[in-house]
Write a protein that binds this ligand. Structure first.
Ligand code: SF4
Length: 425
């Protein structure tokens, strides 16, 4: 979501006549899009602007803009911490940026963090180079998981107008992007004027041309039969679901305010594996949630293995003071315990990932080629192409020419922990 915000801000700057520089120290304007999901990301943002503040001492005309989730939390208070910042821009006000920048350039210091959404404007979008375009379709969240800051920084759920989304998809396809990922904190909750995610997928699928469609992130209980059938039916929609489970223990799930238990999550995975051919399911887990016992943690390890999850993102619990769990200080676990559990969780991720990759050896799969480069490690070739399958597996294929951007069928010949090996058919 932050990447997408940055692409939009960059497009607005192009429109305003700014040019990008590769030398930040020489820039007239520096913008940071911040994340507050964990303390570490927040700290990184403060340390970056600290450096910029020092540059400003010798270049007083340098303008500094602080936006994203930390901006939304801090509002005016940010100026107390970093007096050299010129603009604090909240998550609901992205499209107000050009107007605010005019005021900043006239010498004002501005903060716009209202929770009233500033209407979307038709500015160009500077999408990152490559073949994948990330397109937000909804933002915010109503779930209030006890550990999560998102409802406080991105606000309540709101869906973008489907016409604006379709227009953005068409424009990305025209620019050569071949994989469209629809983004939302709870992407399955998309609902704009009665159009749900399945209906939106149908609309996008009907656009002419060869391309793929993905969507992230799915809340487990929002995956309906209608959505599963839509994925099966639509040729461009990929067989890939990212469904954060967060814990494999029912008591901890309750404490997290997640509205499902392990049995329900398993039933969703079982249904997907039964109905969607070659589907992969990935997840997110938190190690060391406040009060988590060793036994409860073991349930998470057991669940990851039992569910045969194809890959999982993991993180040690990071207290966010504004959240409900962030106030359970007497239940916080030591850093040592949290990181020991995180390491064990990561070992389990590796094991599951290798087991998942092995299942595809011998199969023919379609890849979208993303790069051409010199072969590294044990691959017996001078050069390789690297592509991604429909179910989101990375495949390295010996090849002597650059086929980037092409859809190719390859035969999977080997499996490593983080990637597959293949050969051209
Ligand atoms: S559903 Fe996701 S975004 Fe929403 S509160 Fe829970 S973890 Fe945060």
């Amino acid at each position: 979501m932050n990447k997408s915000d940055a692409e939009r801000l960059s497009g607005m700057l192009d429109y305003l006549g700014y040019e990008q520089t590769d030398v930040p120290k020489q820039a007239d304007l520096l913008i940071i899009v911040t994340c507050s999901i964990r303390k570490l990301s927040e700290d990184k943002a403060y340390s970056a602007i600290g450096v910029w503040g020092k540059w400003k001492k010798t270049r007083p005309n340098l303008k500094i803009v602080f936006c994203g989730c930390v901006a939304q939390q801090q509002k005016e208070d940010l100026f107390k911490r970093a007096h050299y910042v010129d603009m604090v821009l909240g998550t609901h006000r992205l499209y107000e940026f050009p107007e605010l920048l005019k005021r900043v350039n006239a010498g004002e210091r501005v903060c716009s963090c209202d929770e009233v959404v500033y209407p979307e404007k038709d500015f160009p979008i500077n999408k990152a180079k490559g073949y994948g375009a990330w397109i937000p379709i909804m933002e915010g969240c109503n779930n209030f998981c006890t550990y999560c800051i998102v409802p406080y920084t991105r606000g309540r759920e709101r869906s973008r107008d489907s016409e604006a989304i379709i227009k953005e998809v068409k424009s990305a396809l025209k620019d050569g992007y071949k994989e469209i990922t629809l983004l939302g904190q709870n992407v399955d909750s998309y609902n704009s004027n009665g159009m749900n995610l399945s209906a939106l997928l149908r609309e996008i699928n009907s656009i002419e041309g060869q391309f793929r469609i993905r969507f992230v992130t799915s809340y487990p209980t929002d995956i309906t039969d209608e959505l599963i059938n839509t994925v099966i039916e639509l040729d461009k929609v990929c067989e890939y679901f990212h469904i954060p489970m967060q814990s494999g223990d029912d008591y901890i799930l309750k404490r997290m305010n997640r509205r499902y238990d392990v049995k329900t999550y398993k039933a969703i995975c079982d249904k997907l594996r039964e109905k969607v051919k070659d589907v992969t399911i990935t997840s997110d887990f938190i190690a060391g949630f406040p009060g988590e016992t060793e036994e409860q943690f073991q349930h998470t390890i057991d669940a990851m293995r039992d569910l045969e999850l194809d890959y999982s993102n993991t993180a040690a619990y990071s207290p966010r003071p504004e959240t409900v769990a962030g106030k359970w200080t007497d239940l916080f676990l030591s850093e040592e315990v949290k990181y020991d559990r995180l390491n064990r969780l990561n070992d389990c991720v590796k094991e599951c990932c290798l087991a998942s990759n092995k299942k595809f050896v011998g199969k023919e799969m379609e890849i979208l080629v993303e790069s051409f480069e010199k072969a590294k490690g044990t691959i017996n070739a001078k050069t390789i192409i690297t592509g991604r399958t429909r179910n989101n597996k990375i495949v390295h294929v010996p090849c002597d020419r650059d086929l980037s951007g092409e859809f190719l069928n390859v035969k999977i010949t080997g499996a490593k922990t983080w990637y597959l090996l293949g050969e051209l058919i």
